[in-house]
Write a protein that binds this ligand. Structure first.
Ligand code: IPM
Ligand code: MG
Length: 358
């Protein structure tokens, strides 16, 4: 089969890590008889430099026409002073919205080979953990109105961001979470702040109702503050966490850090169609950009998610994941996951080792 992939290398370490991911896809293609056609487009800071805006209609159109999108990372200090409507991050939000990518899937699992990088005591971790954060991605306070007005308490100017959720939006993300839980440990934890927020009350009611369609899956509810605490107290209690855009943003960073290696974690943003956007969880790491030392594993694993979720190529996805695991088990490390006494591989060397193990 032939697959069209729109590639957004982005800023900072983006180009270095995406290059390794593309080479890995090519190798998978050779092995399994697929062709991946890459079309590179600009988004984020590099698009601001080239076009004056972080996301052009041309980029959106090419991404929409593709079978999937592979993204490195966007943003960096160079664009920090840019006005908020034109910041590089707007490219991400714009792509999520225009591609209808309402579900953000962020797995956080501990690799046995990297267990000692985990910042939590081994007696708490026990057998390890394998969590998926299923974050709603096109609603919530992220996509409400953002504005300023005069405070009616006489406190002068105030900033406002409207938080909204419709039943429809909650139902569709909840179904994704339950379906995912069905093929895992059959447990969903829905996270909200329904002791305070109306959006969360609607969220909880709706998730509870959708749960009736999935009697084989266990559902529990947790307030977000408690969930943040439980993630470090006993991460093994979680399987699928379903939550809104803002809480999911925060909890997925927390979940990734307890694995000890944020450079390892992939993510998928998917919608109603097969087309998704796949990217590492980490950012553009401007401090190490251009040095050839970034860890390409998260981006390579994001390709595995693309193969599995968008193209239905499970064996190919398994092959990438197995190659990464084998590479780690044989002691190969990039700087971010290495001990002082270990030899450190460059971005390209790590990519090459994984391809050798494919
Ligand atoms: C993420 C990021 C983005 C978000 C930013 C860069 C807009 O933190 O993908 O988690 O908040 O969604
Ligand atoms: Mg985030």
């Amino acid at each position: 089969m032939k697959y069209q992939i729109a590639v957004i290398k982005g800023d900072g370490i983006g180009p270095e890590i995406v290059t390794e991911a593309m080479l890995t896809l090519e190798k998978v293609g050779q092995k399994f008889g697929h062709t991946f056609d890459f079309q590179e487009v600009l988004a984020g800071g590099c698009s601001i430099d080239a076009n004056g805006i972080p996301l052009t209609q041309e980029t959106i159109d090419i991404c929409k026409a593709a079978d999937s999108v592979l993204l490195g990372a966007v943003g960096g200090p160079k664009w920090d002073s840019v006005e908020s409507a034109k910041r590089p991050e707007k490219a991400l939000l714009g792509l999520r919205e225009s591609l209808g990518l309402f579900a953000n899937i962020r797995p956080a699992m501990m690799y046995k080979a990297l267990a000692d990088a985990c910042p939590i005591k081994p007696e708490i971790i026990g057998e390890g953990f394998d969590i998926v954060v299923c974050r709603e991605l096109t609603g919530d306070v992220y996509f409400g109105n953002h504005y300023r007005k005069e405070s009616d308490r006489g406190w002068g100017e105030m900033g406002c961001d409207d938080m909204n959720y419709s039943i429809y939006e909650v139902e569709r993300i909840a179904r994704r979470a339950f379906e995912m839980a069905r093929v895992r440990s059959k447990k969903v934890t829905s996270v909200d702040k329904s002791n305070v927020l109306e959006t969360s009350r609607l969220w909880r009611e709706t998730v509870t109702r959708v749960a009736k369609e999935y009697p084989d899956v266990e559902l529990d509810h947790m307030y977000v503050d408690n969930a943040a605490m439980q993630l470090v107290r006993n991460p093994g209690q979680f399987d699928v966490i379903v939550t809104g855009n803002l809480f999911g943003d925060i909890l997925s960073d927390e979940a990734s850090m307890i694995t000890g290696s944020i450079g390892m974690l992939p993510s998928a943003s998917i919608g109603e169609t097969g087309r998704g956007m796949y990217e590492p969880i980490h950012g553009s790491a401007p401090d190490i950009a251009g040095k050839g030392i970034a860890n390409p594993i998260a981006t390579i694993l994001s390709c595995a998610m693309m193969l599995r979720y968008s193209f239905g190529l499970a064996a190919e996805a398994d092959a990438i994941e197995a190659a990464v695991e084998k590479t780690l088990n044989s002691g190969h490390r990039t700087a971010d996951i290495a001990h002082a006494d270990e030899t450190v591989l460059s971005t390209c060397e790590m990519g090459a080792k994984i391809r050798d193990n494919l």
